[in-house]
Design a protein around this ligand. Structure first.
Ligand code: LFR
Length: 490
């Protein structure tokens, strides 16, 4: 009997349990077992995640795995990054975790860096300045709660702990705290002190691929579960997505396109020089000693909010086809403007942005969606150029993975504007990367290079090539616009 792997992948808007196996043709087979919604809600004055509900959904999904006839499985957990759970001395959480989109950290970067230069902080950590990084969240944390805290656990580490009773801090996610020291490979003592955290409040760091332990028998009292051994995978969803990207050779970049768009290149050594600093690029730690040199781009969050604003009366494919009927580039938008992080009404925010910058205001659903897609594609194209210049390379392919890789209109515009071949898919790269790390840990797949080849053979990939002569000069005009309007932090 071959091994069966369960990938638990939870993003900001939904979670899923995917079953993965290697078949006799040495292909990865993936099957969705359970899917559920996620989102934060204002409770006790903050936007919070309902972590107990998420764990309940995982257990419900595992019951379905058992019901499908699997008595023994491996399991890996990945989620979004930067957020954490404070756990008290009795082993229980002290409160529900606050979402990174909560407004509490809006001034924290300036406050914290008033007596610590950004330059130094970047040299130490190589991590981009995002005001929701764990460093700033802890800076704004309730002091009493922090004093009562035995362990600070990142979200997937906490879920692993609740399931197994074992606690670790997995590096791909820990690096997004902006508190790991690149050179020492450990939490930076001075940064911890700066936010009133003791060295032992974080559990020991472990690499992606480490065995954690079995889901504890206590859960069997209320749930009919298979025997489940948890492997600490690349627990940051973006790290798993990059593992699951079928890039080949050395001249490909990735775009993990979901709630966020994470565009960058996998490196073997971090790049934390001046140019990377000035362009706010990050060096998040990856699986197997790699670094994800990337930038966070606002991504499909904008489309998700717009869909909600229309009362969910259109699904994403209807919205995309409405957009396709509209003219692109009617207005330029800096999609990374802070005002789009958590607005009350995304449609109005986009419209106000266009009014404030004296541009054509999109009115219909199709116009609003085209404004989003066209400006995401422009932003992507700009970042492909930045990557080439910061890394002195010549990227040939942009591998787009995640839900956004299904949007042909966006893929095509990106390819043309960035003048690069786009390879789209797989859309479930995160779950695949999660499962691949498990397969490497059990020895079923030899290494990541062969694993990526397997992914290329196992899933349908679509290729988009630049349409010559179309959109000439548009990217340059967008870049001029950004130069005048961008509020990039650094
Ligand atoms: C994507 C992601 C990004 C991270 C953001 C916040 O889901 O994990 O990589 O910057 O969410 O955690």
């Amino acid at each position: 009997m071959k091994n069966v792997y369960v990938a638990v992948d939870i993003g900001a808007s939904s979670g899923r349990l995917m079953l993965a196996k290697v078949n006799s043709n040495q292909q990865i087979q993936l099957e969705e077992i359970h899917r559920f919604k996620n989102g934060f809600k204002k409770t006790d004055g903050h936007d919070r995640w309902n972590i107990d509900y998420l764990i309940h959904e995982i257990l419900t999904g595992l019951e379905k795995v058992k019901a499908a006839g699997y008595a023994k499985v491996y399991l890996g957990i990945d989620t979004w990054a930067v957020d954490y759970v404070l756990v008290g001395k009795d082993g229980n959480k002290l409160s529900n975790p606050i979402s990174y989109r909560d407004g509490r950290t809006s001034n924290a970067i300036n406050n914290l860096t008033s007596d610590l230069s950004k330059d130094e902080l970047y040299k130490k950590t190589g991590i981009q300045f995002l005001d929701f990084n764990t460093l700033y969240q802890l800076y704004e944390e309730d002091h009493q709660l922090l004093k009562n805290t035995d362990k600070i656990m990142m979200i997937p580490d906490y879920i692993g702990y609740v399931l197994t009773g074992k606690v670790v801090t997995e590096v791909t996610n820990a690096s997004t705290t902006q508190m790991l020291n690149l050179r020492a490979g450990l939490f930076d003592h001075d940064l911890l002190t700066k936010v009133n955290v003791n060295d032992d409040q974080f559990a020991d760091l472990v690499e992606a691929g480490t065995l954690l332990g079995f889901v504890s028998e206590n859960w069997m009292e209320n749930f009919d579960l298979p025997v489940t051994e948890v492997i600490t995978v690349a627990t940051h969803d973006t790290a798993s997505a990059v593992v699951g990207t079928p890039g080949e050779g050395d001249d490909w970049a990735f775009l993990s396109s979901g709630t966020w768009s994470l565009l960058g290149k996998e490196l073997n050594t971090p790049e934390n020089g001046q140019l990377a600093f000035q362009n706010n690029y990050t060096n998040e730690w990856g699986a197997y000693g790699t670094y994800r040199f990337l930038k966070n781009i606002m991504g499909l969050w904008m489309a998700q909010c717009v869909k909600r604003c229309y009362g969910n009366q259109y699904n994403f494919s209807v919205l995309a086809s409405l957009a396709a009927k509209e003219q692109p580039f009617q207005q330029f938008i800096d999609v990374n403007d802070d005002r789009f992080v958590n607005p009350n009404n995304m449609i109005e925010e986009i419209q106000h942005y266009c009014q404030d910058t004296q541009q054509i205001v999109p009115e219909t659903p199709g116009q609003v969606m085209m404004a989003i897609y066209a400006n995401l594609a422009l932003f992507y194209a700009n970042e492909v150029q930045q990557l080439n210049s910061i890394l002195s390379c010549h990227l040939k392919t942009l591998n787009i993975v995640g839900g956004g890789s299904n949007i042909a209109l966006l893929n095509q515009m990106t390819s043309t504007l960035a003048n690069i071949q786009v390879v789209a898919g797989p859309n479930e790269a995160t779950a695949i990367g999660n499962a691949l790390v498990q397969m490497i840990s059990t020895g079923e797949v030899e290494n990541i290079k062969l694993g990526r080849k397997m992914i290329g053979r196992s899933f349908e990939l679509k290729c988009f090539v630049p349409e010559t002569g179309l959109y000439d000069g548009v990217l340059q005009r967008y870049q001029d616009f950004l130069n005048g309007h961008s509020k990039e932090l650094v």
